[in-house]
Design a protein around this ligand. Structure first.
Ligand code: ANZ
Ligand code: ZN
Length: 803
């Protein structure tokens, strides 16, 4: 029977019809039932769509279709995150300009995406490397610049010598470049930053209002890393310099016996005595080669060099030797610490290595500890003058007040979050719309002149030199007149991190066709995104940047909402034989092979059936044949439809229950259980000679979001030749048919369970008792004794008392 349906043919046919009827374009004017359903857009890597893409887009489309059938005005856009390093590296290797290879890849990928048969509204497609798009990315940069949220600063940055570019902290994994695994080193460069730290508190506080996976919420919390403590400034002996530190334990100030600067700290050169300088230099060179992870590993032997200088502890007035050591990071706090060896394990180890003084200042009960070790907990102060006997909490407050009075510090909140470094010394990105003038400084390109177009006269090479950006090699691009004073000036030679492109694309989708402004007020009513689905690997970068940009644009007056993504779901990963699919392992599954053989509907249904959507599942070549058989069964069952057939009550109940359960499951993105319920129904109906129209119609409707082409075809064949199945309402079930009206109740004799009876709900007491008494295991007690009491708790239990 199922030979009648040629999947590949019907997929083409219905995709064509959907395009012709504009089926996937929402009514932008009506926002009451709007449902903005967004999956993270893909990077046009040139390879075929892999299973991961399908697993992101297929199930989400099923959900979108389910919403549509339930009355939602669905907008499901699609686009390409097209700027970025891989295309540029490809250009360097093969001599093909990134614009060309990217365009080719997008054409290929768009075709493949279309085969999914999703409700993508291609009329609002976005490609971030199109100047129609990056013009507005530049506009965004200018708004941030005008509002003081984009600034330039010389800073030690993460440098990947192989990619010849600066990396954001987020792009450094275990000290290695996220993309090429080269050891990342530190380098000083003038860079553009976005001031995301201005929003640290709001980014943290608002997390509680989001319907997001708790793991992701926690990752953002840790990434923002709020620490409450104090800032303290120490004067340096015989010098005008002062060292500021951040500490979470101002209550331990009396135990601060020495200081440590990060080797990169700007005071190191100033403070180092000449006879120590060569040892300091050697140590700094060694540190430069190490990643932050290595530096802070707890099992790493503590090393360091004495600068020769001393600070003064403002509370004890003792001399504190100033050291440098790699366990103090330049990127956190002020890059310097007051060391309290009695309260901090790292300081304790360091002090022991170098014979530095240790002074106990906190213990559990305020009494000195006999054994010589470090106590890092909260407790009661000792050896701390006026703090003695106070709890750590109280002492903190007092020390902060005293710091204020002395004018050398006070309470301070420190964040782990840094400003977002966005400049890249690369070609394939959005040019930064700034002109540098010797007299006027950095001058924004006037908005009317946007976009600043990416030049095409660039020779791609793997060595532009360490500080030279590819764009600087184009004389035509780089040399311009200052917009303010008209003197010769230079464009900024850098491009923006691609995460800037993706930090606002969700705002642009509903506005993609508007060309005179980034977004139209009315179209913005489509925001925020109602459901956002994408990989969990974006927990900190993209998902934090997008939240920041939304808040910034809100504060500039463009948006009237606080958060871009109301509900977030991460799809799981599809593994093969238990391990992650990867080219290097040779265990990838090519969707094309299976789509050609089984059709895209079968393929996507199988992916959804493999496991809970947020967990993923393990690919099995045979698994897909199971789904294929199931769909074959559905086709066969539909062909048995007979208008005059009267189904029995059990069938009617089964169908009604399936309507209820499949709806509930799909509504919670539980695709796998929805499919298994439909399988149960199909197994049941498979044994029947005929089915009626209601049954056929219900199955087709319930399955439609899961296998859209097939159900459109079945709908056409058996139900209605004139309308799409997706324009039909989601089926309703009859509540009275869901409640089972037969129940089982227990029968006891003298409180002991002796059997069960199946009764109709609310059966009269007399009838229930009669049924109970006829049970074999009950009647024998009644016949040998005296039945003195009959108790019946309606619909629950029968108890007979026999003497
Ligand atoms: C004195 C002290 C005494 C500290 C004590 C701890 C325990 P979190 O919670 O992560 O914010 N610290 C500050 N800046 C540092 C840097 N750049 N590199 C390495 N360590 C740094 O940690 C804050 C604590 O980490 C600070 O409090 C400081 O050590 C250290 F019993 O100061 B503490
Ligand atoms: Zn000027």
């Amino acid at each position: 029977m199922d030979q009648e349906i040629n999947y590949l043919e019907i997929e083409k046919k219905w995709q064509q019809k959907w395009i012709e009827s504009d089926a996937h374009r929402p009514d932008f004017k009506s926002i009451d039932n709007k449902f903005y359903c967004l999956t993270m857009f893909s990077y046009p890597s040139g390879d075929k769509l892999h299973v991961g893409h399908w697993y992101n887009y297929g199930p989400v489309d099923t959900y979108a279709r389910y919403k549509k059938m339930n009355g939602a005005n669905v907008f499901q856009p699609q686009g390409f995150d097209a700027f970025g390093l891989p295309a540029e590296n490809y250009a360097i290797k093969h001599g093909i300009p990134p614009a060309e290879s990217t365009r080719k890849n997008i054409t290929k990928m768009r075709k493949q995406l279309q085969r999914i048969g999703a409700m993508f509204d291609w009329s609002n497609e976005l490609i971030t490397s199109d100047k129609e798009y990056y013009k507005w990315t530049q506009w965004l940069f200018l708004q941030l610049f005008k509002n003081g949220l984009a600034y330039q600063k010389t800073a030690p940055v993460n440098w990947c010598s192989s990619c010849a570019t600066v990396l954001a902290n987020e792009q450094v994994k275990d000290g290695l470049c996220d993309r090429c695994n080269t050891q990342v080193t530190k380098k000083k460069l003038k860079q553009w930053f976005f001031k995301i730290t201005d929003y640290a508190d709001e980014l943290l506080d608002n997390l509680k209002n989001l319907d997001w996976p708790s793991k992701t919420v926690n990752m953002q919390k840790n990434w923002i890393g709020k620490s409450v403590g104090a800032e303290i400034t120490f004067s340096v002996k015989d010098s005008d310099s002062a060292i500021t530190v951040f500490t979470t334990r101002p209550d331990t100030i009396y135990g601060a016996t020495y200081m440590v600067l990060a080797p990169e700290h700007s005071l190191v050169d100033v403070l180092t005595a000449s006879h120590n300088s060569s040892a300091i230099d050697t140590y700094r060179d060694k540190t430069r080669m190490m990643s932050e992870i290595e530096r802070t590993a707890t099992d790493k032997e503590k090393t360091g060099v004495f600068t020769g200088a001393y600070a003064i502890n403002p509370f004890t007035n003792d001399k504190m030797p100033i050291w440098i050591s790699d366990y103090v990071l330049i990127s956190y706090g002020s890059g310097a610490i007051m060391a309290v060896p009695s309260g901090d394990e790292r300081d304790f180890e360091f002090a022991n290595n170098f014979n530095l003084p240790i002074r106990e200042v906190v213990s559990e009960d305020g009494k000195p500890n006999s054994n010589d070790n470090c106590f890092s907990g909260y407790g009661i102060c000792l050896n701390s003058a006026n703090l003695n006997g106070l709890t750590s909490e109280n002492a903190k407050e007092i020390v902060c007040n005293e710091l204020n009075e002395k004018g050398i510090g006070g309470a301070k909140i420190q964040y782990r979050l840094h400003d977002w470094l966005i400049s890249r010394q690369r070609y394939w990105g959005t040019p930064i719309p700034i002109i540098h003038c010797d007299d006027c400084g950095p001058v924004p390109v006037p908005e009317k002149q946007l976009p600043v177009e990416l030049p095409v006269d660039i020779e791609f090479s793997s060595t532009y030199g360490e500080d030279i950006s590819p764009l600087a090699t184009s004389k035509l691009f780089i040399n311009v007149k200052c917009p303010k004073c008209n003197k010769s000036a230079k464009r900024d030679p850098d491009t923006m991190d691609t995460f800037v492109c993706s930090s606002w694309y969700y705002l642009r989708y509903p506005n993609a066709v508007i060309d005179d402004q980034p977004f139209d007020k009315e179209r913005l009513n489509w925001l925020p995104v109602d459901l956002y689905v994408g990989g969990a690997e974006h927990a900190t970068m993209h998902l934090l940047y997008a939240r920041f940009i939304t808040k910034a644009l809100r504060d500039f007056g463009y948006l009237n909402f606080d958060e871009p993504f109301k509900k977030l779901v991460h799809q799981g990963t599809i593994t093969k034989d238990g391990s992650k699919m990867s080219k290097s392992k040779g265990n990838t599954v090519s969707p094309d092979e299976f789509i050609d053989k089984y059709g895209s509907d079968t393929f996507r249904a199988y992916l959804m059936f493999m496991g809970p959507f947020e967990d993923g599942g393990d690919w099995n070549d045979n698994g897909i044949t199971g789904i294929s058989r199931f769909l074959g069964k559905v086709i066969k069952i539909c062909s048995k439809m007979n208008y005059n057939y009267l189904p029995d009550v059990n069938t009617i109940k089964f169908v009604n229950k399936t309507i209820k359960y499949v709806g509930e499951d799909l509504n919670q993105l539980k695709f796998n259980t929805a499919i298994s319920k439909l399988m149960e129904l199909s197994n049941y109906l498979n044994k029947h000679e005929s089915i009626n129209k209601f049954t056929a119609q219900s199955i087709i409707l319930l399955l439609a979001p899961i296998t859209p082409h097939l159900c459109e075809e079945l709908w056409y064949m058996y139900i209605d030749k004139n309308t799409s199945v997706f324009n039909h309402d989601w089926p309703e079930y009859d509540k009275s048919l869901i409640v089972d009206n037969e129940i089982q109740i227990a029968v006891q004799v003298n409180g002991k369970h002796r059997g069960n009876i199946q009764i109709e709900l609310d059966l009269p007491k007399e009838d229930v008792l009669n049924m109970a008494k006829t049970l074999e295991n009950v009647s024998k007690y009644i016949s040998t004794g005296n039945l003195i009491k009959e108790i019946y708790v309606p619909n629950k239990i029968v108890n007979l008392v026999v003497k």
